[in-house]
Each structure stands twice: as structure tokens, then as C-alpha cells.
Design a binder for this molecule. Structure first.
Ligand SMILES: C[S@@+](CC[C@H](N)C(=O)[O-])C[C@H]1O[C@@H](n2cnc3c(N)ncnc32)[C@H](O)[C@@H]1O
Length: 329
């Protein structure tokens, strides 16, 4: 029976169900299990022979998914990242025993879940007081505060610009590091306050613009979690783990992620986007693109679930190794 988790509503759910069909006794890999929203809906459509492996780097998300779906013997849950899970012994064992011929569907629903965003203790939100943490796996890596203390004006400005597309990156970087040196940068609200000294919140509110701290928080979160570092490789590995006819769906939430998803899928479809007229060497054609521009939330979904407004689903279908690629509308 469906048990919606009020903390996170899965985005583009219907589009995922329609475009990642799972055949009888299908094999599904969910690389961002989160609270299991997509998993629950996909499993509800699948038969008893289905096997579904859910991976997430966040132990709290896994615990929540386990409480919600752990009764379903078709589901296995593993801790790890989609960059490194391929070398994990448990993962390799599951692939060997359950999916020796490859996978029918792989889902990557990138970014953070509402569980993470809404919990002030995780430090992702500029709307509530919390520690400057922002780690998706609170047991690994450095906190946002530790990461900030390793930055210079130049490296921080680069990160704010590169990962947040923040045009005021330089003065904001200086304001943040000034606050750090003065000993007044301890919480999420302190970080937001440093941004507001450069981009006043009141002006943004009057102009009905997004909160000026949004891009800075996004950039620091991406840097702390290394979110874009090896995304292209993970997407490639996911695509290559499909059996012919199997499909990969990647949901991104901002233009940086989407650019990587788009370029990687296009490259795997043998489409050359580099400089010049043709690729210096023939590109492998491993995928066929489905809905070349990707799918976006309907107006109804965007109204009911605001995080879905920025989501885009891109889909590729695995080809037999010798086939050529074509795009369908
Ligand atoms: C948008 S949520 C997924 C929500 C899920 N589809 C659902 O319906 O409940 C993204 C999840 O991906 C996880 N995540 C982010 N980066 C990851 C990575 N590199 N490897 C594994 N999990 C990751 C986060 O911890 C988060 O739980």
C-alpha cells in the first residue's frame, strides 16, 4: 500500500513511470533512493520477480526508505555514492547474482531531498538556524565551515560563480571570509547574513526575486559534496550497465547538473558537441535519446510541488553495440 512521505514528494513521477518501463522480472537500479518515493511507485507496478536495488549516500534517508519499504523482499538497499558504488563488493555481488545480463532501468534523481533541506541540523537551509554542515553523508568529508576555512577570496569566488552562477561572487566571497575571520560565521543564518551585506534581502523581496542567499548555499553545498566532480562518469557507468533496450533516467535540478547530464547522454548517443564540424575520433553509439530536450513538470505538478519547477528528466535507451543512434520526439 502506498505510504506517501510528507517530507519529500517525488518529482516527475508520472514521466518516470511512463518512460522507464520495467518488464516482467525486471532489474532496476535506483542510484538516489532518498526516501523511496520513486521506488515505491515503480515497485507498485512491478511483478514479484522484479529486483530493485536502491543506493543512497545519506544514512538517514536510507533508514527512512527502509522503514517505508523494508517489508518488500524485492528491494535491497545499499549505502554509497553513485560515483563509487561500482567498485563496492556488495553492489558487484548484487549485479552478478541478480542482473548478470544488465539492467532494465536506472534512475538518478540528483541533488538533495526535502528531508535534507528541511532539517535545520543538516545546515542546508538559509531559512532556519543550523550548523554550517551541508554534508549529505554526515559521517564523511568536511563540513561547510571546514571547507570555507580552507578557501581564499579567489577560490571561494570561483566556487560561487562556477557552482552557483553567482554574479556577485567576488564581494560575497570577501564578505563571507571577513565574517569567518571575525569569528561571526558559525551558523547557516550567519552565512546568509554575510550574503545579505552584499545583496540586501529586502530589495530582492520587493522585486519578488529569489532569496539572494540561494545561489551561495547551492554553490557551497555542491562544493562540499563534490556533486559535479564525477557526475559525467557516473552517468556513463549507469548507461553502460543497461541491457539493450534498458533505459536510464536522469533528473537534474539546476542548469549545471543538467548541462552535464545533457552533454554526457548526447555523447553516449554518438552526438558530437565539441569544437569543429566533426569529432576527432568516432564517438561510441551506446544510447538512443528519448525526448531529446528532456521532460519538465506539468503546470499542475509545478503548482502543487514547487521543487519540481526546476526539474528536468533526460532519458537514454541502451542500444545493441552495433546499432546507430537516432532521436525520437
Ligand atoms: C532528490 S533526492 C531523491 C529522492 C527519491 N527519488 C525519492 O523519491 O524519495 C536525492 C537523493 O540522492 C542522494 N544523493 C545525492 N548525491 C548522491 C551521490 N553522489 N550518491 C548517492 N546518493 C546521492 C541524496 O542523499 C538524496 O537522498
Amino acid at each position: 500500500m502506498a505510504t506517501p512521505d510528507p517530507l519529500h514528494v517525488p518529482v516527475l513521477l508520472q514521466e518516470v513511470l511512463d518512460n522507464l518501463p520495467v518488464p516482467a522480472a525486471g532489474r532496476v537500479l535506483d542510484l538516489t533512493l532518498g526516501l523511496g518515493g520513486h521506488a515505491e511507485a515503480i515497485l507498485a507496478r512491478c511483478d514479484a520477480g522484479t529486483r530493485y536495488l536502491g543506493v543512497d549516500r545519506d544514512p538517514r534517508a536510507r533508514a527512512r526508505a527502509e522503514a517505508r519499504l523494508g517489508h518488500d523482499a524485492r528491494l535491497a538497499i545499499l549505502g554509497g555514492t553513485y560515483e563509487d558504488i561500482w567498485d563496492d563488493a556488495g553492489f558487484q555481488g548484487w549485479m552478478r547474482t541478480e542482473a548478470p545480463d544488465g539492467l532494465d532501468a536506472v534512475l538518478m534523481d540528483l541533488g538533495v531531498s526535502s528531508l535534507q533541506l528541511k532539517d535545520p541540523d543538516r545546515g542546508f537551509s538559509f531559512q532556519a538556524e543550523g550548523p554550517l554542515d551541508m554534508r549529505m553523508d554526515p559521517e564523511a568529508g568536511v563540513t561547510a565551515l571546514e571547507w570555507l576555512s580552507e578557501q581564499t577570496d579567489a577560490t571561494l569566488a570561483d566556487a560561487l560563480y562556477g557552482y552557483g552562477e553567482e554574479r556577485a561572487s567576488r564581494p560575497i566571497a570577501r564578505a563571507i571570509l571577513r565574517s569567518l575571520q571575525a569569528g561571526t560565521l558559525n551558523t547557516t543564518l550567519d552565512l546568509a547574513a554575510a550574503v545579505y551585506t552584499v545583496l540586501p534581502r529586502e530589495i530582492a523581496r520587493r522585486k519578488k526575486q529569489i532569496d539572494p542567499a540561494t545561489r551561495t548555499f547551492q554553490a557551497i553545498r555542491i562544493a562540499v559534496n563534490g556533486e559535479l566532480d564525477r557526475l559525467a562518469r557516473a552517468i556513463t557507468q549507469a548507461a553502460l550497465s543497461l541491457k539493450p533496450g534498458g533505459r536510464l533516467g536522469v533528473i537534474s535540478f539546476h542548469s549545471l547538473e543538467d548541462r552535464i547530464a545533457k552533454q554526457t547522454l548526447r555523447r553516449l548517443a554518438g552526438i558530437y558537441d565539441g569544437p569543429g564540424r566533426s569529432a576527432p575520433e568516432p564517438l561510441p553509439r551506446k544510447l538512443r535519446l528519448i525526448h531529446a530536450g528532456g521532460l519538465k513538470a506539468s503546470e499542475a505538478e509545478a503548482g502543487a510541488n514547487p521543487p519540481s519547477r526546476s526539474a528536468r528528466l533526460r532519458i537514454g535507451e541502451r542500444l545493441e553495440d552495433i546499432q546507430s543512434s537516432r532521436t525520437t520526439p
